[in-house]
Design a protein around this ligand. Structure first.
Ligand code: NAP
Length: 289
């Protein structure tokens, strides 16, 4: 099922990934509108040739209507519900053909380092994961009630040019010592953008995909490799007990979950050929051009 030029496309939360998706769609002659929260972000979109819609998912929204919707906005910071998703779905006046949603792998919770497929039961251990699961469930229920297709991408850590923990490394902030560090998964931003477009245009619908480059490593190894690529010193390592006081609550919330994401279904059904299946090549892309 191919997109026809002329379809109206709305990207809700048109930031780092949204701008990349918009660039791919513009090259396919699609008319793209990006929804963002601030006038500054509308101006930034306009500077790259993308029509911007300034709207706040936490406040009153205009009527929403588009043939295809990419929903990339994060949930609110607190609570167990994604009220932004609720507001958004309630504002849709004509059901789109399909909504592609970027969720997170946090919905799986801790899997003790096991390899997991999409069959893994969801069991979020953090508020972040619970809000994402709530968003997924709202999206599925709304789509089924309104005869729209849905597709959910469970995404792990996104990295790419301008999206590396360089400020943290420059400050010399500590990391958990490697022997205790959990398994983490990653995807390069350019690959994720191509996956989002493939997800919208695929014959497969109403399903969930694990998104990953297929090469998980422990989180400390990731920081070391980013530091090496940037020519920065390795951060100091701390024990789990020291981490409780030395690391921020946000960082600690990433250390409790350990899992390795199997991406077979993604590669097979969406016919994806990743540009950056290995971190080495992906990091190189962050320091060239
Ligand atoms: N970073 C990761 O490693 C990671 C991992 C898994 C999933 N994700 C998720 O993947 C998605 C895409 O990531 P990204 O890097 O492209 O995010 P991003 O660059 O932070 O972009 C998010 C966009 O959402 C908009 N937005 C936020 N709150 C809004 C609100 N209340 N009303 C309207 N718009 C709002 C922002 O608008 P303004 O620019 O005007 O603020 C921004 O354009 C996000 O949901 C992110 O949480 C990220």
């Amino acid at each position: 099922m191919e997109d026809k030029p002329g379809n109206s496309v709305l990207i809700v939360g048109c930031g780092y990934i949204g701008r990349r998706v918009a660039a791919l769609l513009t090259a396919q002659q699609c008319a793209v509108t990006g929804m963002v929260r601030s006038p500054e972000s509308v101006a930034a979109l306009k500077a790259t040739g993308i029509d911007g819609l300034c709207a706040d998912l936490d406040a009153g929204l205009p009527d929403i209507s588009a043939d295809e919707i990419y929903y990339f906005a994060p949930p609110p910071r607190d609570g167990d519900r994604d009220t932004r998703m609720s507001h958004f779905l309630a504002a849709i006046t004509t059901a789109p053909r399909r909504i592609v949603y970027i969720s997170t792998s946090a919905v799986y919770g801790d899997c003790s380092g096991a390899w997991i497929t999409e069959q893994q039961p969801v069991s979020p251990t953090t508020g972040r994961g619970r809000r994402r699961l709530d968003a997924e469930r709202q999206l599925i229920a709304w789509s089924e009630a309104n005869d729209a297709q849905w597709l959910i991408l469970r995404v792990p850590g996104i990295y790419g040019p301008g999206k590396l923990p360089l400020a943290r490394l420059r400050k010399g902030l500590p990391v958990l010592r490697e022997a205790d560090a959990p398994w983490t998964n990653r995807i390069h931003g350019d690959d994720l953008a191509a996956i989002c477009v493939a997800a919208m245009q695929s014959a497969h619908a109403n399903t969930v995909y694990n998104v990953s480059d297929g090469h998980p490593s422990n989180m400390t190894d990731y920081f070391f490799r980013v530091a090496d690529a940037a020519g920065l010193p390795h951060p100091p390592q701390v024990s789990p007990a020291e981490a409780e006081t030395a690391l921020s609550a946000g960082m600690l919330s990433f250390l409790n979950d350990s899992r390795r994401m199997n991406n077979d279904k993604l590669l097979r059904e969406l016919d994806i050929s990743l540009q950056y299946p290995e971190l080495a090549a992906g990091l190189k892309s962050c320091f060239t051009d």
